[in-house]
Design a protein around this ligand. Structure first.
Ligand code: NI
Length: 163
């Protein structure tokens, strides 16, 4: 949840492709589907490792991947505006500008190299989740005024929960 230090830390590279890693990927899938999300990164479940899952299958994209140590190696100069939310900041949503297309290189859970090109919602979800691995939240990608408004809304919703 917003405020947790692990969300603001740069997550560690994975170098051990063991059964523990597969368990972590399974945890991410089940947590993400349970919360009805389209992506989740390991720091969001308290694990500071460079692991993420995304599922945004549509006509345009294959869109279901578990990626280890993902790196954006190419991002299109063309950008797109689109709404984003985050399972670590429930209730908040805002428009974020992202590259329209990205090329990502990573490993799969067996340690095999993966290279993919994503566009549309798939590209957006990957950029959002890779940001999480660097301690960046979508709130950091909106204007300072918007961020102030979103944080005020967040604090208010938290206070209401405490009552
Ligand atoms: Ni998020």
């Amino acid at each position: 949840m917003l405020g947790d230090e692990v969300l603001r830390r740069r997550a560690e590279e994975v170098d051990d492709f063991s059964a523990d890693l597969k368990d972590l990927v399974d945890d991410l899938w089940s947590t993400m589907y349970h919360a009805d999300g389209v992506g989740l990164a390991a720091p969001q479940i308290g694990v500071s490792e460079r692991v993420l899952v995304v599922d945004v299958r549509d006509e345009e994209n294959p869109g279901r991947v578990a990626l280890i140590n993902p790196v954006i190696v190419e991002a299109s100069p063309e950008t797109e505006k689109g709404p984003e939310g985050c399972l670590s900041i429930p209730g908040l949503e805002d428009v974020v500008i992202r590259a329209s297309t990205v090329r990502v290189e990573a490993r799969d859970a067996d340690g095999q190299p993966v290279s993919l090109v994503a566009s549309g919602l798939f590209a957006r979800a990957l950029q959002h989740e890779i940001d999480h691995l660097d301690g960046i939240l979508f709130l950091d990608r909106v204007s300072p005024l918007k961020r102030k408004m979103l944080l005020a809304k967040w604090r208010k919703s938290r206070e209401e929960l405490k009552v």
